[in-house]
Design a protein. Structure first.
Length: 99
């Protein structure tokens, strides 16, 4: 991608919006861990191994905290497996939902 002034401006606007929306308490719940064990239904955690916005370590921690969770990691995939690996993602969701 050519880094034109317009592309740089858009990237900065997107980062600013993400920071505004994600800064506590939305993406951080200091008490969340003590509640997750109460979720007693099957859960599919889907994550890209190369995710940088929310690193893969978070997925492993969610798996640890959710008793019935299955962790599905996509190789060579970042933050958007539903976009980056659309066919594989849809197949996984279909298989999970049809159990």
């Amino acid at each position: 991608m050519l880094m034109t002034p317009e592309v740089i401006d858009l990237a900065l606007k997107l980062r600013h919006t993400t920071a505004r929306l994600a800064w506590g308490p939305r993406l951080y719940g200091p008490h969340l861990a003590k509640w997750l064990h109460r979720i007693d239904v099957p859960v599919a955690i889907v994550w890209g191994k190369d995710a940088q916005i929310l690193p893969v370590g978070i997925a492993h921690e969610l798996k640890r905290l959710l008793p019935r969770a299955e962790l599905h990691l996509f190789e060579r995939c970042g933050h958007l497996p539903q976009v980056e690996k659309a066919a594989e993602f849809c197949d996984l969701v279909a298989r999970f939902a049809c159990r």
